[in-house]
Design a protein around this ligand. Structure first.
Ligand code: DP6
Length: 324
């Protein structure tokens, strides 16, 4: 059977940075994100016993480098005795540039693969399978504002994920300013391990995360934009401080990244409800109330070094597109 699914990237406002269990890919901290709408990855999976091994195509090209992670994810989801699969992935935004293409990819993959294998696990099981492949992917199974929490299950650490506010309950617009299109120099996974080992700020990062999450959770519940803006920017800059203080340092920003931050500061000074966040890459994501989206997009588009901008509202999370 063949099944297709779609998922969107999510942008963390309170970031996941660090792993407490590297083998099981369990994050060291909880996180809170928003799921996007118009950027997406579509995955089609078909199992076929006649194949010798899995085959992966990314935007129509063979994708050897990503294949082992995909194979591993399918083995985790369905068991290593499953049939080999043909997997086709179509992504409508730049891959591996700090835009969480792995999040949308693995979220779409687990939905498509489970249905192609004639299984229907619950959303949390799918989120856990996606999260094993890429921690942030667990959040893309859900829509709107999403919280990933750490829990203990049968004495072992595990994740619990839920949507804390649906996508239409507090509309937001996200403008992504693309400042570079190449692949990032260090994967977030490697950078996290380096931070944990070498950054003098890592312990403090872990210690304050629950507090940041609590503030963000209340801001979302109260629809308090300025409180959410303040804690999101703080948490983002704190994560980057952890990276910058690692040895060797991990700096994902470029000149245009800083110029975009200045643009956001200028908009804020003019009273525009907007804030920035930056992940493991040089792109700047500006989150604003929908009425201000055109103004924010224009200002970022005109910022020195910005190659392009993309805009998205909030979306509903991964879903099945069809089966044949
Ligand atoms: C900075 O989910 O890509 O985007 O679990 O190693 O695949 P792995 O890491 P990944 O890391 C995301 C880091 C981040 C923050 C976030 O999305 O919460």
């Amino acid at each position: 059977m063949r099944a297709s699914a779609v998922a969107q990237p999510n942008i963390a406002l309170i970031k996941y940075w660090g792993k407490q269990d590297v083998a099981g890919n369990i994050p060291a901290v909880g996180s809170l994100s928003i799921t996007l709408d118009s950027l997406e990855t579509r995955m089609t999976v078909e199992f076929d016993d006649r194949l010798g091994a899995d085959e992966l195509q990314l935007n129509g090209e063979p994708a050897e480098r990503m294949l082992p992670r995909v194979t591993h994810c399918l083995d985790n989801l369905l068991g290593a005795k499953r049939s080999p699969a043909v997997i086709e992935s179509i992504c409508n935004f730049p891959i591996a540039a700090g835009l969480a293409s792995s999040a949308s990819s693995f979220a779409a993959l687990v939905v498509a693969a489970s249905r192609a294998a004639d299984k229907q696990p619950d959303t949390l099981s799918l989120a856990r399978a996606a999260g094993q492949a890429s921690g942030s992917a667990a959040r893309s199974l859900y829509g709107g504002f999403v919280e990933l929490q750490l829990i203990e299950e049968e004495g072992s650490p595990a994740i619990a994920v839920e949507s804390i506010l649906q996508e239409n309950a507090w509309p937001m617009q996200v403008i992504v300013a693309i400042t570079a299109t190449g692949e990032k120099p260090v994967s977030s996974s490697d950078a996290m391990k380096l931070s944990a080992k070498t950054s003098p700020f890592y312990a403090s990062w872990l210690e304050h995360q629950d507090h940041d999450l609590e503030i963000a959770r209340s801001a979302v519940a109260d629809r308090d934009f300025s409180a959410l803006a303040a804690i999101s920017e703080h948490n983002c800059l704190k994560m980057h401080s952890v990276m910058w203080a690692s040895r060797p340092p991990v700096v994902y920003w470029n000149k245009a990244t800083l110029a975009c931050m200045e643009t956001v500061r200028r908009l804020q000074a003019d009273g525009v409800p907007v804030f920035f966040t930056i992940d493991a890459g040089p792109q700047v994501k500006a989150v604003c109330l929908p009425d201000f989206a055109d103004q924010v997009r224009k200002a970022l588009q005109e910022t020195d070094g910005v190659i392009d901008t993309m805009a998205s509202t909030l979306g509903g999370g991964a879903r099945l597109l069809g089966m044949s």
